[in-house]
Write a protein that binds this ligand. Structure first.
Ligand code: HAM
Length: 422
């Protein structure tokens, strides 16, 4: 059968220029706000050894078991498109011996991730994350600082969000809890969906996260990890809540919040937002103190998050998204070859001074060029025709109030400056 080569593959899409404006606002704000907290960018490859994700995220998780795009390269090595970037960042941290650098290693990333999930609103097979990871400290203050940074970022974008937190315990208190949970889930047997029955054996904590309505009554009756934390984990969690209370940051403790990746210990969190529909998780994150060692590296306690950019873009208020929309400072409308040559010269000089200049080369009439200037929301239009060429003075029109000037080349920039800086 002949595949349709003119359509994107299911679960992927083109991000067109209109949509990209909002994405630029998101990415620019992330870079500027994260740098206030000392985070620096890292870029890791989009594919890595499959084993990195299997060991890091956990072989029994849905992400590794069902959702990875895995392939063999020419040498027979199993590679996978990254389903997330935490394992990759920790791999890079170990590979480049970043633990030798003084202080906490604070890294952020922006890029595509790949998961073969069932397509639905807000869920893509190629999606984008902005994430941040801090490696090298067990301190609750690191958790607080990152949560504060994240909420600062979302507030700047005027996105409403709700922080949900839990503690998933540590290697000391979680195994006895998981055993108890597993026993109770087994005795609940047929009241659970097929996936939950499978997870009861493989990864019982994940049952708590099941969204299927028929499972909810049983899940409600299950013990919660929050009531089974060891003294250290309980104190750690209380300290974090204390920091948040002190800063008047609102949150809810959700004892059934368990995350779909195995590396978490102690604090796990999600940020959800209304308006997203069923896939309402905007951010997921938590602490992963043992991940570096699981991958064969030194001890390097970590804490971080990843935010779904596709989802954030869906709920970005229009006026915020428009901040980066393309609109030229000057549209140069011309008639005839001599005028075109003059317009090119004026545009060159103005662009090198930092002004956004727009010209069309489709041979349209003055009227059609004016229509286009309007559609592009150009701030000014410069009209260059035979008469203007002869007088060496050009007609500049400010679109907002239709005010007009007759100017020489060298006077144009000053009028553009009256409204905004280049
Ligand atoms: P995650 O919860 O799997 O965590 O993903 C984080 C966010 O990525 C989600 O809250 C969601 O916004 C977005 N996301 C995930 N899957 C999709 C999808 N198929 N389509 C659209 N958006 C999606 C992680 O990835 C961890 N690495 C987070 C982390 C960093 N934990 C510690 N450090």
């Amino acid at each position: 059968m002949c595949e349709n080569i003119l359509t994107t593959v299911t679960g992927t899409r083109d991000l067109l220029p209109d949509e990209m404006a909002g994405w630029h606002v998101i990415e620019d704000k992330a870079r500027s706000i994260f740098s206030l907290y000392g985070f620096q960018e890292i870029r890791t490859p989009v594919f890595e050894a499959t084993e990195l994700f299997a060991r890091g995220i956990g072989g029994d998780t849905d992400i590794v078991g069902k959702e990875m795009y895995t392939f063999l390269d020419q040498g027979g090595k199993s590679l996978s498109l990254r389903p997330e970037a935490t394992a990759s960042v920790v791999r890079a941290f170990i590979q480049h011996s970043m633990h030798r650098d003084a202080g906490l290693t604070r890294l952020y990333y922006i890029g595509p991730m790949f998961r073969h999930e069932k397509k639905q609103k807000g869920r893509w097979r190629q999606f984008y994350q902005i994430g941040a990871e801090a490696l090298g400290s067990e301190s609750v203050a690191v958790e607080f600082e990152i949560l504060e940074m994240l909420l600062h970022f979302l507030a700047r974008l005027e996105v409403q969000s709700q922080l949900m937190l839990n503690s998933v315990g540590c290697p000391a208190c979680r195994p006895p809890f998981v055993k108890k949970l597993q026993e109770e889930l087994r005795s609940a047997g047929n009241s659970l969906c097929e996936d939950c029955r499978r997870r009861t054996d493989l990864n019982p904590l994940r049952v708590l996260d099941c969204k299927i309505p028929e499972c909810q009554a049983t899940i409600e009756r299950m013990p919660s990890i929050t009531d089974h934390l060891c003294a250290e984990c309980a104190a750690h969690f209380r300290r974090l809540l204390g920091y948040l209370d002190h800063a008047a940051i609102s949150y809810s403790v959700v004892p059934r919040l368990v995350r779909g990746l195995d590396y978490y210990v102690r604090t796990a969190f999600e940020i959800v937002s209304g308006g997203l529909g069923a896939q309402n998780a905007l951010v997921g994150g938590g602490r992963y103190d043992g991940l570096s060692e699981v991958l064969g590296g030194p001890r390097a306690p970590g804490f971080g998050f990843a935010l779904g950019v596709d989802r954030l873009a869906m709920i970005l208020p229009d006026h915020v998204g428009r901040e980066a929309a393309y609109s030229p400072d000057l549209f140069l409308a011309y008639i005839g070859d001599a005028a075109l040559s003059k317009a090119l010269g004026i545009a060159r000089a103005l662009r090198s001074a930092g002004w956004k200049c727009h010209m069309e080369y489709t041979g349209g009439s003055l009227k059609s060029q004016m229509r286009l200037a309007n559609r592009l929301n150009a701030r000014h239009v410069l009209i260059i025709g035979d008469a203007e060429l002869e007088r060496k003075r050009y007609l500049l029109k400010r679109m907002a109030d239709s005010r007009q000037w007759e100017l020489e080349d060298g006077e144009i920039a000053a009028v553009l400056s009256a409204g905004a800086n280049p």
